[in-house]
Design a protein. Structure first.
Length: 183
């Protein structure tokens, strides 16, 4: 196992992040909606998220057992750094959405690893979220314009925005309750 995090600690962390993030978006509806609309093309957000994804991938490749590919570890590490720099320089279109997709793909592994070999049925809340992140991450990286379109749909009215925020708050609360009571 790469990450030695318990199901309970991951559930609490993800629950708190979902709860606080969506509650903040609910409270600051107008500014959060404006940020969401500008996010896919934000160069600052793209830079920060791409750095985070590159550092995470770099550290992961340094630590993971690559088996028969271990002799290629240095080439992979150089490729991660070069790929991040070249991506930042030459992929300007929706880079923030792509970088967020990369982070979702990396984060999904943490959720799945914490739930492996656990018997509680409620662990499926994290597993479902992880596979949702995988699916969303793949679309964000491959077709980032869909992020812009989805944001346009959710921000079309404050009612939609608040319902989306309510869904995130509800999922966060559910994760917290399960993590504290059952895991």
């Amino acid at each position: 196992m790469i990450y030695s995090l318990s199901l309970q600690s991951v559930g609490i962390a993800v629950g708190v992040i979902l709860l606080l993030g969506h509650a903040a978006a609910w409270v600051g509806t107008s500014s959060a909606m404006a940020f969401a609309k500008s996010f896919p093309r934000s160069r600052l957000a793209a830079t920060l998220l791409l750095i985070a994804a590159a550092v995470w991938a770099f550290l992961l490749v340094q630590e993971v057992d690559l088996g028969e590919f271990s002799k290629l570890r240095q080439i992979m590490l150089i490729g991660i750094v070069a790929g991040a720099i070249l991506t930042w320089l030459y992929v300007e279109e929706f880079l923030a959405a792509r970088a967020l997709g990369m982070l979702l793909l990396l984060a999904a592994e943490v959720l799945l690893e914490s739930a492996v070999l656990r018997t509680e049925t409620s662990r499926l809340l994290l597993v479902t979220l992880a596979y949702g992140w995988v699916l969303a991450g793949l679309f964000m990286v491959g077709m980032p314009y869909l992020v812009r379109d989805a944001i346009k749909v959710v921000t079309a009215s404050t009612t939609r925005w608040k319902l989306a925020c309510l869904g995130g708050v509800g999922y966060g609360v559910t994760l917290l309750v399960c993590a504290i009571l059952f895991w």
